[in-house]
Design a protein around this ligand. Structure first.
Ligand code: F6P
Length: 360
């Protein structure tokens, strides 16, 4: 193994820099192998100045930093790239150009750090001969084949702190405080933060809710003397028989953007006589320094991916299983996204303790 490349794609997640640092240090110190960084996801292969050599100096001091020193792009799909042709905006497939760019660099492996979309593209590029290795990242924790992705723990901690802070105002003003959280179609952030932050109601994409049931829980609390309530609401939560709330429709380039369910729930509760306020935590969940757990996991993933590259384990992804870093086939990992299971311990525990999922 003489030369490897690394890119970060999709939405950023705390721990990306820790992965880059671990991969560069392991490649250089353990395998005497050069590392090239690709800027802004797959776009770097066709952009001017899109490739940067990464030496030990380049990764010094980046462990605690959020974001990614390489930049990222969540519209950087080589199979559907927006270009202006004869003055008209059109979507084209530039995957062959990307593959040529990769081949020109003479990479023995390309480490792709990304979520579902970025890793799917990696798998497709493997079919075109690119020696890819996947590293799963996302705050949503929705990638199959691994127990956890890095970035998730940081997001949960930020969401939990927000719930703690909302508690004090909720209590002081006798209000309902609704916190809308990210996660797309997976409710892990709301479930984990909701339990850790003592939410009274947790609404998840996996458990469609009834507005009446949510209001019923708040009414019950009032009757028992609790004049405030805290709701942790996934952006992907939806009422029974209803749809998710979008703040922007999707198209060929963009995935639909979720957002607005927190306000729908709060509006309903106000209509029932409960003074309510909404906080949409948004991208605060992705920013800033990673937790110790995310740095630890990201570092292990980065180093393991380089060892996997040295073994020629292409089209595979590093993953966590029973606390151990293993590797799994990319297509198998991506076949089934991770979702909150209705019978999993976290859901059962919350129910046992009186938390409502709005489905009663
Ligand atoms: O997948 C990570 C995530 O933060 C989701 O939780 C959220 O729905 C989406 O990305 C937001 O994407 P963007 O950064 O494009 O607004």
């Amino acid at each position: 193994m003489k030369r490897i490349g690394i890119l970060t794609g999709g939405g950023d997640a705390p721990g990306l820099n820790a992965v880059i640092r671990a991969a560069v240090k392991t490649a250089i110190l353990e395998f005497n192998c050069d590392v090239l960084g690709i800027r802004d996801g797959y776009d770097g292969f066709i952009a001017q100045a899109g490739i940067v050599p990464l030496d030990l100096n380049a990764v010094r001091g980046i462990l605690p930093r959020g974001g990614t020193i390489l930049g990222t792009a969540n519209r950087g799909n080589p199979y559907a790239r927006k270009v202006i042709k004869d003055g008209v905006e059109t979507v084209v497939d530039v995957s062959d150009e990307i593959v040529q760019g990769i081949n020109k660099l003479g990479l023995d492996a390309l480490l792709v750090v990304g979520g579902d979309g970025t890793l799917h593209i990696a798998h497709e590029l493997f079919q075109k001969g690119v020696p890819v290795i996947g590293i799963p990242k996302t705050i949503d924790n929705d990638i199959g084949g691994t127990e956890v992705t890095f970035g998730f723990d940081t997001a949960v901690n930020i969401a939990m702190e927000a719930l703690d802070r909302l508690h004090t105002t909720a209590e002081a003003h006798h209000r309902v405080m609704v916190l809308e959280l990210m996660g797309r179609d997976a409710g892990f952030i709301a479930l984990h933060a909701g339990v850790a932050g003592g939410a009274d109601v947790i609404l998840l994409p996996e458990i469609p809710f009834r507005y009446e049931s949510v209001a019923g829980k708040i009414k019950d609390r009032v009757e028992l003397g609790s004049m405030f309530s805290i709701l942790a609401v996934s952006e992907g939560a939806k009422p029974m028989g209803g749809e998710q709330v979008l703040s922007r429709q999707g198209d060929q380039m963009y995935s639909p953007r979720l957002g607005g369910i927190g306000h729908r729930v709060a509006d309903y509760l106000e209509g029932q006589g409960f003074e309510s306020r909404v906080t949409v935590l948004g991208h605060l969940q992705r920013g800033g320094t990673p937790t110790a757990f995310d740095r630890w996991l990201a570092t292990r993933y980065g180093a393991a991916a380089v060892r996997l590259a040295d073994r020629g384990g292409y089209d595979r992804m590093v993953a966590l299983s029973g606390g151990k870093v293993i590797d799994v086939k990319l297509d198998e990992a991506l076949a089934l996204p991770r979702r909150v299971q209705l019978d999993e311990d976290g859901v059962v525990t919350a129910r046992n303790m009186g938390v409502s999922f709005g489905d009663g």
